[in-house]
Every structure is written in C-alpha cells, then in structure tokens.
Write a protein that binds this ligand. Structure first.
Ligand code: FAD
Length: 408
C-alpha cells in the first residue's frame, strides 16, 4: 500500500507555441501569407498577442494542443471532468445508437437533449432519463479493428467552436472542431493536422479474422479511407461524447473519433493501492461562510488524526476490494468500496484557451481580477500544468497574467 501527498503532471505531447497564436490571428488580414508567421520570431508579435488577450479575441488561442498525463486522487478528477472544453462535434453529427445489428443513427444534439432534458414518452410527455439507461453506441476495439457495442458514459455541450469539414474519397463527410482527434494509421491525429491524401479510419464491413490473418465472417469494423479535402466550415454549437475505457472512441458520421479525457479504467484492470494523504503543508481547517472560506493550518493532533484515519480507512476498503476479487466478483462491482482518495491517472488534452479558462478557475492567484477559491488538490495539478505551459508559450502566458488571468 502506498500513500502519496503530491500529484504528478507530465507533458506527453504538444504542438503549442506563441507563433501558433500569431498565424491564426493574422489570417484575418494576411490570408494564406499568415502561414509565414509560423516560423517567425514571436517576440515581434508580443503587442498583437497582448491585444488579442485584452480584447478577448479567443479563437487564435485554440490552434495548438497539449496532452498532459495526470496522476491524482479521484476527487481531483471529479472536479476536472466538469471542464467540457475542447474537442467536439456539431449538433447534426450522426451517432449510431442501439443494438449492433439493429441500431439507428441519431444526431448528437438529440442524444444530448434526451440525456439532459428527458425522453419524450409515448403520449408526448417528458420523463427523466434514468442514468442506468445510458444509450449504447459503437466503439472500435483497437486490438481487433472490429466495432463493438459500448455504453456512452456522458454527453455534453461544449460551446460555439470553429468547424472543419473533412471529406473522404468514398464520400464520408465529418464536420468537427479542429482539435477533435481522428484515428490515422493507428495514431490519434487532430483534425487540423490532417490534409488531403492522409488516411483516416472509417466504418466498413470487413472479414472478422483480418487482424489475426484467419479470415472469418463479415463483421462491422474499420478500414483506412483517404481524405479528399479538409476545409473550414463556419462556427457552431458543438457537443462531445465521453466513452468508457479501454478504447475511448466512438463513431461519428461513419468515422472513428476520440474523446478528450482518458482515465484509467476500474472495469478493465485491478486498481492499485495508492492513496492520497495530505502533506503537512496542506491547510486542514476551514473557516468562514460558503463562498468566503479560508483555510488555516491544523495543529499536530489534527494532522495525526487525518493521517491515521485516512490510512486506516484506505487499508480496510482495499482489503474488502481484494476479498471480493478473490471471491470472483467483477472488478467493476468490487471497486464500489474504494474511496475518492484512491489515485487514478488520465490523459487530458486541451488548447491554450481552454487551459487559461481552467487555470482561472482552478488556481488562486493575486494577479486574477476575478478571484477563485479552488480545492487545494486540483490547484496542485493546475499549478504544475501552468508551469509547463508557461515554458511552451511564454508571451501568451505573460499576456494572460497581464490581462488579470481572464481567459480570452
Ligand atoms: C471554486 C469552484 C467551486 C465549484 N463548486 C461547485 C459545486 O459546488 N457544485 C458543482 O456542481 N460544481 C462546482 N464547480 C464546478 C463549476 O460549476 C463548473 O462546472 C466548472 O468549473 C467548469 O467550468 P465551465 O463550465 O466554465 O468550464 P468548461 O466546461 O470548460 O466550459 C468553458 C466555457 O465554455 C462555455 N460553455 C461550455 N459549455 C457550455 C454550455 N453547455 N452552454 C453554454 N456555454 C458553455 C462557457 O463559457 C464556459 O465557461 C465549482 C468550480 C469551482 C472553480
């Protein structure tokens, strides 16, 4: 059993620089020539970045991407996942729902409405959708290349975003936000990084044994389709679906797409006994009224109580988890006894605009014109993400602070 007082944040992959902001902004006035700004010295553009930030011209800050690996207690992820930023589909994107053999295509905005506003019953009334009735959709098993049925974990609205229209040579059309990831030659690639002649995975009928070399009956799977064109297609309200592990993908308009958070699965792997215990520097005692809390240090006795009570509780709940697994109980059932202090891990991908929004809410900083009062544990994650981002986009970072840490 391991007890940790700190969180881990690592930058796994990125495509984020101040010059990305500059070329995206200059397309308004310089058209195609703005691409020359990609390799320009962004110092020359400090004034432009400051202006965009101050006047809240937000979209130039979206043309970049950072993927973080985050290891933190589950209580952090419960707050983290409230941020629905980033990688989304317009409302008319068609998602297959229902049984594999007898499903129907439904617009993502209608799935959202059913989920959040209730399903119309047969006499035209509206009733609440029970959470256990999360609809099934399609996910690609990346080991076999075959399409399987999986329940949607969540569907959410992500705000108004620019849209790219991707057309394949076989006539499939996907419209999605530039940051939405598509499967291309086995790797997840952002829509904005795809170009004509690139290959993307699309739904197709394939022999079931293809991946193993032993041909089987025809099954729904995926095949590579060549892209014919990638063009901007306006701006509109966007949506996204969250899928459970291990694959975290779904099919939209016949094309394989990814969702934006990938968290370790307690259904597919045994959870490891790593738990959170606050360090001595974590202020333990809350004072004041809701919305006006301050936190002060606990005394030695309080720290001792917290440490012992947590460690004891963690030990007992993990023993109960193990006992159930040994008795043959499914991991997805047994995990119910594990507390929110259990460590989990995830990949979180975002662009600078969404990161700034996240930082404005999840850090407490004297430079903020709109102060926030985040829980310390998510703030520990946010501070580490901020330090990494500051190194990648120093001019944007300075402009964010100068503008009172308000996301554009
Ligand atoms: C200090 C603190 C305390 C909190 N306490 C609670 C609590 O007690 N209970 C609780 O339930 N939650 C709580 N939250 C969560 C909070 O209400 C938000 O859900 C969370 O911070 C995500 O913020 P967001 O919706 O602005 O971010 P994102 O989902 O990342 O959205 C970014 C921005 O996009 C736009 N946007 C996104 N989706 C929509 C949409 N559907 N419609 C219109 N615009 C959209 C909005 O401008 C939004 O600000 C707390 C958050 C903080 C920081």
């Amino acid at each position: 059993m391991e007890f940790l007082s700190d969180v881990t944040v690592e930058l796994v992959r990125h495509n984020a620089a101040d010059s990305d902001v500059v070329w995206a902004a200059r397309v308004s006035t310089a058209g195609e020539q703005s691409l020359e700004a990609v390799h320009q010295d962004p110092e020359r553009s400090r004034g432009l970045i400051n202006y965009l930030m101050r006047d809240r011209h937000g979209s130039p800050f979206e043309h970049n991407s950072m993927t973080f690996f985050i290891s933190a207690p589950i209580l952090v992820f419960r707050e983290f996942h409230r941020h629905r930023v980033g990688w989304c589909l317009p409302g008319d994107a068609l998602i297959p729902v229902g049984p594999l053999t007898n499903g129907v295509n439904k617009k993502i905005k209608d799935i959202y409405a059913d989920w959040h506003e209730g399903v119309h019953d047969s006499v035209g009334g509206v009733r609440e959708l029970p959470s256990r009735r999360h609809p099934t959709t399609r996910t690609v098993n990346l080991d076999t290349g075959l399409i399987e049925s999986a329940r949607i974990a969540d569907v959410f609205r992500s705000g108004i975003k620019p849209i790219l229209k991707i057309t394949t040579v076989h006539g499939k059309v996907l419209r999605c936000s530039p940051d939405h990831a598509l499967l291309s030659r086995g790797a997840w690639v952002k829509a904005k990084d795809l170009a004509p002649a690139d290959l993307i995975s699309a739904q197709a009928t394939v022999p079931a044994g293809e991946s193993t070399g032993v041909p089987g009956p025809l099954r729904e799977g995926v095949r590579d389709e060549e892209i014919l064109s990638v063009v901007p297609d306006g701006e509109e309200e966007t949506y996204d679906i969250s899928m459970p592990g291990p694959w975290h993908n779904f099919i939209a308009d016949g094309i394989v797409v990814h969702n934006s958070y990938n968290e370790e699965s307690g259904r597919y792997r045994e959870l490891q006994p790593v738990f959170y215990v606050p360090g001595r520097e974590r202020r333990l005692v809350q004072q004041g009224k809701p919305g006006k809390y301050t936190f002060v240090e606990g005394d030695d006795e309080q720290y001792k109580l917290v440490t012992e009570a947590m460690e004891d509780s963690y030990r007992r709940s993990y023993e109960a988890y193990q006992e159930m697994l040994k008795a043959g109980i499914a991991r997805e059932v047994a995990r119910a006894v594990l507390p929110v202090g259990l460590f989990s891990s995830m990949y979180a991908t975002c662009n600078a605009r969404s990161l700034m929004h996240f930082l404005s809410l999840r850090t407490k900083d004297e430079r903020a014109t709109v102060p926030s009062f985040p829980q310390r544990e998510i703030e520990m994650v946010a501070e580490k993400m901020e330090a990494i981002w500051a190194g990648l986009m120093p001019l944007t970072y300075a402009a964010f602070n100068a503008a009172g840490r308000v996301a554009p």
